[in-house]
Structures are given as structure tokens and as C-alpha cells.
Write a protein that binds this ligand. Sequence first.
Ligand SMILES: Cc1cc2nc3c(=O)[nH]c(=O)nc-3n(C[C@H](O)[C@H](O)[C@H](O)COP(=O)(O)OP(=O)(O)OC[C@H]3O[C@@H](n4cnc5c(N)ncnc54)[C@H](O)[C@@H]3O)c2cc1C
Length: 495
Amino acid sequence: MATRTLETDVLVVGAGPVGLMLAGELRLGGAATVVLERRDAPTTESRASTLHARTMELLDSRGLLDALGTPPHEPRGHFGGVPLDLTLPSPWPGQWKVPQTRTEELLQDWALGLGADLRRGHELRAVRVGEGSGAGVEAVAAGPGGRALRVRARFVVGCDGEDSTLRRLTGAEFPGRDAGRELLRADVAGIDVPDRRFQRLEKGLAIAARRGDGVTRVMVHEFGAGPGGGEPEFGEVAQVWKRVTGEDISSGDPLWVNSFGDADRQLTDYRRGPVLFAGDAAHQQMPIGGQALNLGLQDAVNLGWKLAAEVRGRAPAGLLDTYHAERHAVGGRVLANIRAQALLLLGGPEVEPVRALLGELIAERPQVRAHLAGMISGLDIRYDADAEDPLLGARLPYVQLRGPEGALDTADLLRTGGRGLLLDLAGDARLRTAMRPWADRIVTVTARPAPDSALGAARAVLVRPDGYVAWTGTEATSDGPEIALKNWFGISDRN
Ligand SMILES: Cc1cc2nc3c(=O)[nH]c(=O)nc-3n(C[C@H](O)[C@H](O)[C@H](O)COP(=O)(O)OP(=O)(O)OC[C@H]3O[C@@H](n4cnc5c(N)ncnc54)[C@H](O)[C@@H]3O)c2cc1C
């Protein structure tokens, strides 16, 4: 059978949430995008269910939240099972409960609507990376009926999950630790057990939550037990549940059974030439506190506009390498907090004194609570942590403003359709004129912030397409935005 061949700018492997988010971002930036997905249809498996504040802000900036309605909201979260109020200044504080299947459906509709070419039923089997810069890649996938599809692309991004085929085919280093313990999980109909939120009993940890449809999700860990290896049977979950809680759930009807361990790995390089990775393909972690999905979606939003600029010939030198520099550091920090949480959650009685102390610090020290909430929600990410100005490298804070047409806020302004934003806070006509050559990639808005806002003394703020601040102008600094514009947005054709 003849092999068909496609040519594209970017090949994305995997149409999970991260691959779909990336495909949408690439299309917003104008890159031709093919997505290969081995599944014929989206998964119906129940996986992540939490969207944190920073992810909600990003989805809002892409106009994606209206379709979600108002999902169930929970200001409370936890750190390793110790209760933690996640509320921080944001239009979307706390946790928002959206089944991963719904998030994927939303992202798929969006990416397809923007023109991504999604090929379901196509499994990546081989890849050849060209020699020299600009040589690109050639991938081969097995399609329906075993028919081969060859894809030539300038870049390939592995969004193919924790057992990434692209990682294996390219021999990418993925150092870290195998799982030393696990949490067993089952969705069970026909049982009647009390709801439990991280209940620590003498022999283990038990969690139970009954849903509106009568199905109960149970999760259990027996202190000191290692991972069983492979997917568990319901009989094993019921036995461990019995040993930990004393309750018999063996007569229940298991709808879904799985387990997750505390394996912890991170790619050494998120980019090697034309090969990049995002999401679970780049980092493996225990899904504690719903951070895994959020971390991956934010990888995609960081990468999409940079890669699109690169393939369109607009990227300044080094822009694409900031993806690894920024997201590897963020991923490392999230993995570290997950390791700490796994110890607190799955450790036996020996961790009780640390848990008690942490609980006291969270309750009595507002800064400790805010620090942990910033970390879990992703709101504290700062890509330029050494800069003196606290706004630089941080997300544009949530602030009320007054524009020519009345009141608005920064969330309204960030809906730029994937472009950058220049916020002129002092009505500076010269600045607006200077921005004209970049009008195709940056939206300029004049507005005044409310007094004492988190924008401080800034008279102007330049924001990247992913919502992070690239430059601020104040009375004290006479430098204009030119260097930041060239570093992040490239030289405009109209200069
Ligand atoms: C069983 C399970 C339960 C989970 N529970 C939670 C939870 O409760 N809370 C939480 O926060 N997170 C949870 N997670 C983690 C969360 O689901 C992931 O972080 C998230 O799905 C990562 O998205 P991704 O797009 O990077 O990878 P994935 O969602 O794994 O998507 C990868 C995609 O790539 C495709 N693919 C793989 N190989 C190939 C190939 N060779 N060719 C073409 N396509 C390929 C796959 O079919 C898949 O669609 C769970 C994960 C699993 C597996």
C-alpha cells in the first residue's frame, strides 16, 4: 500500500489535553499543525478533575470559559492532605471541578475550529531527525488498517503522555525515581461508606467521596506498602480498604479501578533541536492536588506562541530556548512540592509531628498559606525571578482599570486572541506611536489602574501572549520597550 505524505510546520504527537492545547496555541500563532493521536476516539476514562486558578486565567484569555459555564468551585485545597485555603487575588481563585474528558472536548473543539489537522487512529512508530539546523523531522505513523502516514515537519512536539513514544524513539534522557508507594483508586457503585477527606487511620490513608449519581470514589494507601506492579484488581482494592478502614466494600460494582504511584522523573532537555516535549511526556509525577494536568497545560501555553513565531520567521534568536529554561524550572519546582506532599500524605505515623506543625503554620501565618497557595495554583510563577521589579516575569496581576469606554479589568484586556498586550497606563502618545510597527502582534490599550493597584508605579506594561510581563516602564526608568519588544516579539517587518 502506498504511503501518504503530509508536510506541516509542527507535528504534535498526542491529542490529550496538552497536545490539544498546544495545537490551538500554534494555530493562534499562525503555524500549520498536524496532530497524530493513536486513539480512534477521545478517552472516556475518569482522570484529572481540577483546574487551578492560573489555568482558568489562561483558558479565560483564550475565550474558552464561556463554554464551561460555571463549574463547581472549591476554595479549599490541601498540601499533602493538610487543609489549605487556595484563595488568592484572581478572577478565578481556588479549584474548579471540570472532568478531564470535558476539558479535552473543549480544547479539541477549539483547536479544530482554529484549523488544526487532527488525525485520530494514527500511532507514531518511527521518527528521523534531520541533521543541521532547519533540517526538521520526518515521522511515520501507522494509521487505520495499518496504512502508513509519513509527516514531514520543521518541529515535532511529544505530548504523548508519561510513556512517550517520541521520548523512547529519540532516546531522550528522563532521569528520576521509580514509584516507591502507590494510592489505589476505584469508582464503585452499590456501596455505602462514610465520606472521608484524607482520613489518616492507624494502618493507612482512606479517602471516599460519593457523587450525585451514587457512585463512590475510594482511594486507599496502606502505610509501608510498596507498589503492587501493574493495574490492580478490584479485589485487591477491597482487601486493602478492609485492612485500613475495617469496612467491606467487596460486594460493590467497580466501574473503574486504577492506581497511581509516586514515580518522579523529568526530562533533562525539554528541547533538542527540532524535538520538543510538553506535559506528562516531559515530567512524570504523582497527581497530588491536581497539579499534573495544570502543569502540562501551562507548558503548552508557554511553548505555543514561541514555536509559532519560530516557524513564521518572527522569533528573535533564543526565544524558543526560553521554553526549556522557563518550564524546566517550573516543572522542577512542582515535582519538588509533589515529593513533599507525597511524604506527608503517604507517610505513616512518623510524619504526624510534621503535619501538625505545618497545619499550625498554615492556620497562623498568612504568608505561609499564601506561599503554598501560590505554588499549588500556579499564580506565583515568575520567569524572571532575579529582576528587581516584582512585576517582571510574573503574570499580569488581576487589577481593575478605567479605560476610554468605562471600567474593565486585566482579564478583559488579556483576551487578545493570542497576541501580546501593551498597557499604556499614563496616556503616553509617544509610546503608542512607537508600538505601531508591532500592531500585527501586540494590542495596545490605554487605561488607568485603580489607586494602589498591584501595578504599582508602572506607567506602561508589556505582556507576552502567555500573560507574563516582559517589560515595565516607570517614572524612574527612561528606557523604552524597544529591547523587550525585540527580545520577545522580534523585529517587525514594518520597522
Ligand atoms: C489513569 C490516570 C489517572 C489520573 N488521575 C489524575 C487525577 O486524579 N488528577 C490529576 O491531576 N491528574 C491525573 N492524572 C494525570 C493527568 O491525567 C495527566 O497529567 C494529563 O492527562 C496529562 O496530559 P497529557 O496530554 O500530557 O498526556 P495524556 O493525557 O496521557 O495524553 C497523551 C496522548 O498521547 C496519545 N499517544 C500516546 N502515544 C502515542 C503514539 N505513539 N502515537 C500517537 N498518540 C499517542 C495517547 O493516546 C493520549 O491521547 C491521571 C492520569 C492517568 C493516566
